[in-house]
Design a protein around this ligand. Structure first.
Ligand code: PBG
Length: 360
């Protein structure tokens, strides 16, 4: 007790171990912990900010708030430009745009995806007009925000199948129209076979060989996307008696139990010309991030998805976790597992925290 040792603690001399190796020695001092830390802290430059945009002219009554993602909003084009400006000010210079297509513009094939005056295309142009090369704009290539079935591809409703090659043709048109609007990188999130090669060829033929492709390479059929589908109102539709529509995305997105299969996707994407390969979701799939990191020279991205955001936020709002600490820890763990880039709804907030830390 004299030494501040709790009563009942054995005397030091009686419990002494003969240990040559004591890992705790290297953890004793803050100075030294900092000196030997294996993973450099995340920089705002590593972060990509996903943003939801809606059309306030066609759908003026759209709720800004997303119930399952407190703190994340749907933006008008004008608001998205302001939000990206705030992100750039704290060092987050990359964003990815997700349009909420008005119901009146959704069709079976999703042709709105390559409309030059479409919401995504208008947003890209507005961002580039405002910030030019100060911002690096990624876009989502997939049909689910555009088709009435809520699938990433075209549904053949007689046999209940998502068609591959027909879908890829649409995705090529979508990617070219996004490139034409001025995006820096197209990010196909659809998981159709052969789409990276086809999109690469379509971009090149249209004169956009400088536009990059970030492939959603190992994208899993995950329940963690729920809040995202709320945000865009893009969940797979139920179909009905006359129309067969698959109720989930398991025939194109990967099975959560699979690991080796990610290498097969990686090989295809590399051969087809991907510039960046992504793993999605993030935290439950750190092993897959590490697998890609160890098997490619390409940059690897991780998507800290909507459900991960929602879980973190819910716990934080209840006072059950320290939000700032768990978010910064998660970002460090993405880097440790091998991610160069992290897509996260916390991008702007994390960069603000990093700035505060640096100024302290
Ligand atoms: C659509 C797409 C999804 C996400 C990004 N692009 C949803 C899905 O595949 O159903 C999910 C992102 C998130 O949950 O944050 N192709």
């Amino acid at each position: 007790a004299a030494l501040g040792v709790p009563a009942g603690t054995p005397a030091r001399s009686s419990c002494k171990q003969e240990l040559a190796d004591r890992p705790r020695r290297n953890r004793r001092s803050e100075v030294f912990r900092d000196a030997i830390r294996e993973t450099a802290p995340v920089k705002p430059a590593n972060l990509i900010y996903p943003l939801f945009v809606f059309d306030d002219v066609v759908e003026p009554d759209t709720e800004r708030e997303i119930a399952s993602m407190p703190g994340v909003r749907r933006h008008t084009v004008e608001e998205v430009v302001a939000e990206v400006g705030e992100a750039i000010a704290v060092g987050v210079k990359q964003c990815v745009v997700f349009p909420k297509t008005p119901d009146s513009l959704k069709t079976r094939l999703g042709e709105e995806c390559f409309n030059k005056q479409g919401l995504a295309q208008r947003t890209i142009r507005a961002l580039k007009e405002a910030y030019g090369d100060e911002v690096y704009v990624h876009t989502d290539v997939a049909l689910d925000p555009y088709n009435t079935d809520g699938h990433d591809g075209i549904v053949d409703d007689k046999i209940g199948r998502v068609l591959n090659d027909e879908t890829v043709e649409m995705l090529c048109k979508q990617a070219v129209s996004q490139a034409e609007a001025g995006c820096d990188c197209v990010a196909p999130s659809d998981m159709m076979d052969g789409r990276i090669g086809a999109i690469r060829q379509a971009l090149d033929e249209a004169g956009y060989e400088h536009v990059s492709i970030m492939s959603y390479c190992a994208k899993y059929a995950s329940a963690f996307y729920g809040p995202f589908r709320d945000a865009l109102d893009s969940a797979p539709s139920a179909g009905g008696a006359e129309r067969k529509v698959p109720k989930d995305k398991k025939t194109y997105q990967m099975d959560p139990g699979n690991f080796r299969e990610a290498l097969r996707e990686l090989e295809a994407d590399e051969a087809e010309g991907a510039d960046v390969v992504m793993v999605k979701p993030g935290m439950p799939y750190l092993d897959v991030i590490r697998l890609l990191r160890d098997n490619t020279a390409l940059p690897v991205a991780a998507y800290h998805v909507s459900g991960e955001y929602a879980m973190t936020k819910a716990a934080a709002m209840n006072g059950w976790v320290d939000e700032r600490a768990v978010v910064m820890e998660a970002l460090t763990c993405f880097k440790r597992s091998g991610a160069d880039l992290i897509l996260t709804y916390y991008a702007k907030q994390a960069a603000q925290w990093i700035k505060e830390d640096n100024e302290a």
